[in-house]
Ligand binder design. Structure first.
Ligand SMILES: Cc1cc2nc3c(=O)[nH]c(=O)nc-3n(C[C@H](O)[C@H](O)[C@H](O)COP(=O)(O)OP(=O)(O)OC[C@H]3O[C@@H](n4cnc5c(N)ncnc54)[C@H](O)[C@@H]3O)c2cc1C
Ligand code: HEM
Length: 415
């Protein structure tokens, strides 16, 4: 049931204080919830909880929702990302009772006596308006997933080392049944038992066109943060899941994989033929390879401008070079910021500097085409800068899609 006018006012009146204490709310909420429901640790990314990204993302969505409760239609498209993420992690309607209970308790602790029974009732209602919208959308997504709404065991059929630190895993379902189609750009979640710890899940973009027999993901080793002294370089906090996958998962190992999900994709049901400009940095290349391979198979004449930057080695370098040779409609511009000795622009890459869209021509970016679509994936600041550049050159924001390889929203505002 909708909130009354009076309840809406009660909720809105408390938002400034709740916003001011957002970090405290997140800390109290997750601490109490996970102490009393330790089984939920199996769902959450422990690193994003520790660094506060996940708590901040959830609290921000709820406060933003409440602030705009009279005008929620504008917010609905923003729910796609979290609903897809929830479904790829197996979040169920009953989980919403638990989250609601501890979140509103945390609001109560921060508001103190201002959390009167009336305010409490109003917030509970507001939470459930949002929760029901999310549950509804998630049930639709789960319906599309059909029989596969939980973790499905896949055997690693092949591992290909693409570069020093990127490995592709070819995954075959253990049940031998045909794999559902996905939209290029989507990801799967991979769930791993961390030795001596909880289950941990991470998302990996599918890095090839759909095949009914196997899925492919390409994982970059996260070495952690580098620190160096006068004698040596070392790394702190190496990434948990990527290192387990690369170090320990071999041909024949079994992984738990979610149904493909995600709202960053090229819609293959739409037969539009507008040019695609795919801009990626580092491991952000994975969804772009999937989009490219799909389009070259299904829309062979469609123009693609593939723009990529990496440090020293380019994942799928030979594949990109081959596509360039064989397809007149596939154009690529590749940047290497730290080429190896002897590497020279010209053969497999074009520029020896960081990816900079300003170095490219209007033709490379299809700036003359008012329908061209832009897909960007890479580090946060890179995506912010790249979309700001495109907007400054007259590309409407609605034609730019970005994919963040972490949780929550871009930390910096897009230009
Ligand atoms: C939609 C989506 C698609 C993705 N697609 C891909 C893909 O195709 N390929 C790919 O390789 N990755 C992809 N990712 C990223 C992937 O999901 C993982 O985030 C990545 O593999 C790192 O996971 P990890 O468990 O190895 O690292 P984590 O253990 O999650 O650590 C992440 C980072 O946090 C740092 N950290 C951890 N603890 C601390 C601490 N206490 N203090 C300071 N720093 C700390 C680590 O050093 C590390 O750099 C994608 C992510 C998303 C959301
Ligand atoms: C109204 C309720 C909820 C809101 C507003 C909400 C909001 C969010 C947001 C904004 C994200 C980040 C999405 C992204 O950018 O990738 C997220 C992810 C997530 N949510 Fe929710 N959520 C809600 C309910 C739940 C429930 C009930 C659970 C289950 C216990 C849950 C578990 C998770 C998990 C595990 C993630 C992924 C975390 C990560 O990868 O770091 N959420 N949620």
């Amino acid at each position: 049931m909708a909130l009354t006018y009076h309840q809406t006012k009660l909720v809105k009146n408390t938002i400034p204080v709740l916003r001011e204490h957002g970090e405290r709310i997140s800390t109290i909420f997750y601490r109490t919830m996970l102490t009393e429901h330790p089984e939920l640790n199996d769902y959450f990314n422990g690193v994003n909880l520790k660094n506060g990204r996940q708590p901040r993302a959830l609290t921000a969505v709820i406060l933003n929702f409440a602030a705009n409760i009279n005008n929620i239609s504008e917010l609905i498209p923003k729910f796609e990302r979290m609903c897809n993420k929830h479904c790829s992690l197996g979040i169920k309607p009953e989980h919403y009772d638990v989250v609601g209970k501890y979140l509103i308790q945390a609001f109560g602790e921060v508001l103190g006596p201002a959390m009167t029974p009336e305010v409490l009732a109003a917030w509970t209602k507001a939470y459930w308006v949002l929760a029901k919208m999310l549950i509804g959308r998630e049930q639709q997504l789960y319906k599309d997933f059909e029989a596969w709404s939980a973790w499905r065991p896949f055997k690693i059929d092949r591992v290909v080392q693409e570069t020093d630190d990127v490995h592709s895993f070819y995954l075959v379902p253990q049940d031998g049944r045909r794999l559902p189609k996905y939209q290029p750009g989507q990801y799967v979640s991979v769930q791993i038992q961390v030795p001596g710890g909880y289950l941990q899940s991470r998302q990996y973009s599918l890095s090839d066109a759909w095949s009914e027999k196997h899925y492919r993901i390409s994982v970059k080793r996260d070495e952690g943060s580098q620190y160096s002294n006068s004698v040596s370089k070392s790394y702190q906090n190496p990434g948990i899941v990527s290192n387990i996958l690369i170090n320990y998962m071999k041909v024949g190992s079994v992984l738990s994989i979610s149904h493909p999900a995600g709202e960053f994709f090229l819609d293959t049901a739409n037969d539009s033929n507008v040019p695609l400009v795919l801009i990626s940095a580092g491991i952000g290349i994975t969804p772009m390879i999937s989009i490219t391979n799909t389009v070259l198979l299904t829309q062979p004449g469609r123009q693609i401008s593939f723009i990529h930057g990496s440090r020293r080695t380019i994942p799928f370098e030979e594949h990109i070079a081959q596509l360039r040779r064989k397809n007149a409609n596939f154009h690529s511009k590749v940047f290497k910021s730290h080429p190896s000795d002897g590497d020279r622009p010209g053969s497999s890459y074009d520029y020896d500097c960081r990816l900079d869209l300003a170095k490219l021509s209007d033709l490379d970016l299809f700036l003359h085409n008012s329908g061209a679509e832009y897909y960007i994936c890479g580090p946060e600041q890179f995506m912010v800068d790249s979309s700001a550049y495109l907007v400054s050159r007259g590309v409407h924001r609605s034609r730019i899609k970005i994919e963040l390889f972490t949780t929550g929203e871009l930390a910096a505002k897009q230009g």
